[in-house]
Design a protein around this ligand. Sequence first.
Ligand code: KG4
Ligand code: ZN
Length: 352
Amino acid sequence: TRHLTILGLESSCDDTAAAVVRARIENGAPVGPGRILSSVVVGQNALHAAFGGVVPEIAARAHAERLDLCVERALAEAGLALRDMDAVAATAGPGLIGGVLSGVMCAKGLAMGAGLPLVGVNHLEGHALTPRLSDGLPYPYLMLLASGGHCQLLAVRGPGAYERLGGTIDDAPGEAFDKAAKLLGLGYPGGPEIEREAAAGDPSRFALPRPLLDRPGCDMSFSGLKTALRRARDLLVERQGGLTAADRADLCAAFQAACAEVLAEKTRRALAQERARAGAAPALAVAGGVAANRTLRAALEQAARDEGGAFFAPPPALCTDNAAMIAWAGAERFARGARDGLDLAARPRWPL
Ligand code: KG4
Ligand code: ZN
């Protein structure tokens, strides 16, 4: 058997990452699970916390400063040198353009310097193929990607064959969690904070809407939920002059329950739609930071069980932004003959 060893770079949002992944190649295609020889992720939460969200200019500067070090560490931890790589893969979009540019330029320099092939990877494809890297999940499957920047239901039918069945029409769910946390005076990132508060809360005390659930299809909306939360908060503040710990917990529980129900119900619809199309329900796999939420996970697992499909949740470190998924997606593309030149462009928008 042949192997591909790929160096991956990721810098499209607020994590600077480099990883070395080895993929076994059979019949010209990588077969998972892949071997993650190293995976270095340097986050920027502390740099953005004061702003309650990612500040693009601060993120771009931090990526530019840290990419070299991440690459050095990833190679050292893998016990390999740049010349041992078969190719260099980097996220070429979609994402915050300054960060994407930093990663693409770094990858170009490495590829040119070491005489290695360069492969530009779509960040969404990285997430979409993660269950193949982690579990060797065979095609086809349904992927729910729910993060701070993205929300998509993707039918992953085969190599390079993706269909977007639905997604958010406004905010991404992680963004909604972050804004909700800010509204309630909680820290950043908001998802884990809300989940922690919600554990002590009653999800039924406040009736928050379930946006778009009454409409057909798999599209979702989260910005109205945030507005409803603000209204509930303002009402309490007006009446009592502030929020008690119990109020905050109940608001968090209600918000989390609404997000989980919307995501799980739309995912259930997508599973049913794919089952009708293919005759059997596809496996459901999740990715993105929001997929770490236990209430959401339980709801998704239930949806998969109801529709008769398996449920896969890669380990949290592979669900959030990382470069191992970019290296793996690079391997899948490289094995199929994909090569990029030094004219590879960084793209802020790049639908799969
Ligand atoms: O995938 P990710 O690490 O980065 C990108 O956005 O690309 O996702 C981060 C997002 C943040 O918005 C964060 O609030 C959310 O995922 N998140 C959660 C939880 N953990 C992280 N949302 C809900 N519940 C969680 N436990
Ligand atoms: Zn991501």
